[in-house]
Design a protein around this ligand. Structure first.
Ligand code: SF4
Length: 317
């Protein structure tokens, strides 16, 4: 039986701009089971990071509901949200930009414990911070060090320790390894995976790089211009990518074995503006298979096989 932790229903996030309404997130629906990972993939500007921020209510949704363990948090007042924030944390792409340069490693990890008044005694807080540093593989000698004195991998470990300090249930990981060297990326991904197993954490893992999420995610949602255009289990998506955009993303991943290589699909054409979108398939301007029909309406996300959904007229019957 599934145990749903997070349910996002028909969430929209629009921004008013001088040129019109920007559809950053446009009617997105998904759920994540407890202890599982949803990978959210797409090019920059597709709305994946905005979706993560809306789910955490760092941005207010324009429409839709966000259910955490059955409770609709999209309507909670800011004062009620404050205690919920303990349960929902975020790990950022650029650890240096997200860490206060005037604070030491110990002070940064301790901060959420103080804000949420979780451990009153300073001595007990320090003990907890040192435990957290050990959990994420940061040597205790870095306790009084400043973030700029450390490398990218260690800085990201600080960000992870800070997120874990309040014992969250759900973490949005927003491109957490994109700024790191490949060898360090693997270490951080392994750490996140180990922590998930130990603590039963649930992740929404946002990335522009499909290859990063393959083994890490249980489900993958591919976003394009504010919409989910394909969603499936990680294995199904890699075995049978169905939307022309997903096929193009997958074809760009280097594969060591010659027999497993896919023909590279180079996307041409302009990306449609997310402002004042026409009622057409958003991918039509770059799609190799676009027909008249694709310009006359917008395909809905429909199930084409158990657990595999695609938004493309070509796949409808
Ligand atoms: Fe391409 Fe048409 Fe499918 Fe859109 S609906 S992805 S334009 S074939």
């Amino acid at each position: 039986m599934s145990d749903t932790l997070l349910e996002v229903n028909h969430v929209k996030k629009y921004f008013n701009t001088p040129k019109g309404i920007l559809h950053a997130v446009d009617d997105v629906t998904f759920s994540i089971d407890r202890g599982k990972t949803l990978g959210v993939v797409g090019e920059s500007g597709c709305g994946k990071s905005t979706t993560g921020r809306v789910v955490l209510r760092l941005l207010e949704p324009t429409e839709g509901s966000i259910m955490l363990e059955g409770e609709d948090i999209s309507k909670l007042k800011e004062s009620q949200m404050r205690s919920k924030r303990k349960e929902m944390q975020m790990i950022f792409q650029d650890p240096l930009a997200s860490l206060d340069p005037r604070k030491t490693v110990g002070q940064i990890i301790e901060e959420p414990l103080k804000i949420h008044k979780l451990i009153p005694s300073a001595r007990d807080r320090q003990k907890r911070v040192l435990e957290l540093m050990e959990t994420v593989g940061l040597a205790q000698r870095y306790y009084s060090t400043y973030p700029h004195e450390l490398d990218g991998g260690r800085r990201q470990r600080i960000g992870i320790a800070r997120a874990l300090s309040v014992k969250p249930k759900f973490i949005v990981c927003d491109e957490p390894v994109s700024a790191l060297d490949v060898s360090i990326q693997a270490q951080i991904l392994n750490l996140l995976e180990d922590l998930q197993k130990q603590m039963g954490l649930t992740y929404m893992f946002i990335t522009h790089d499909l290859s990063v999420v393959h083994h890490f995610s249980d489900q993958i949602a591919v976003m394009y211009l504010g919409k989910i255009i394909e969603m499936a289990s990680s294995d199904d998506l890699f075995a049978a990518p169905t939307h022309p955009y997903t096929q193009a993303l997958l074809s760009a991943i280097p594969v060591p074995k010659l027999e497993n290589r896919r023909e590279r699909i180079i996307l041409k054409g302009e990306i449609t503006s997310p402002i004042n979108l026409p009622k057409a398939c958003r991918f039509a301007s770059r799609c190799l298979y676009a027909t008249e029909r694709c310009l006359q309406g917008e395909p809905e996300l429909k199930e084409i096989a158990p657990g595999h959904k695609v938004a493309c007229f070509l796949k409808e019957n």
